[in-house]
Design a protein around this ligand. Structure first.
Ligand code: FES
Length: 105
């Protein structure tokens, strides 16, 4: 599935992801800027934070308590904030748009 990341400076980067990997892994593997993922995906760092395009919200897995707690440490969160290591790529997410906050530049 193709995931469209919008980097902190507004540059758009479309990457080809693999079903079952996380959005964070797809970003890191493709050198997307602004996703540091310091903890490697164990939901303990919040540096993989991004905004998910609202049109896609319903297709995402629900936020679990651990993700919710960690989001408090992310920069500039809003109603569309998620931790990208907690979202697995599915075929259903082909074309998903993920924006990385300016604050993570
Ligand atoms: Fe650390 Fe997602 S990679 S919380």
């Amino acid at each position: 599935p193709t995931i469209v990341f919008i980097e902190p400076d507004g540059q758009q980067k479309s990457v080809t992801s693999v079903t079952g990997q996380s959005l964070m892994q797809a970003a890191v593997q493709n050198g997307v800027r602004g996703i540091e993922a310091d903890c490697g995906g164990s939901c303990t760092c919040a540096t993989c934070h991004a905004y998910i395009d609202p049109q896609w919200a319903e297709r995402l897995p629900a936020i679990r308590a651990l993700e919710q707690d960690m989001l408090e440490f992310a920069l500039d969160t809003n109603a569309h904030s998620r931790l990208t290591c907690q979202i697995q790529v599915t075929d259903d997410l082909d074309g998903l748009v993920v924006r990385i906050p300016h604050a993570q530049a």
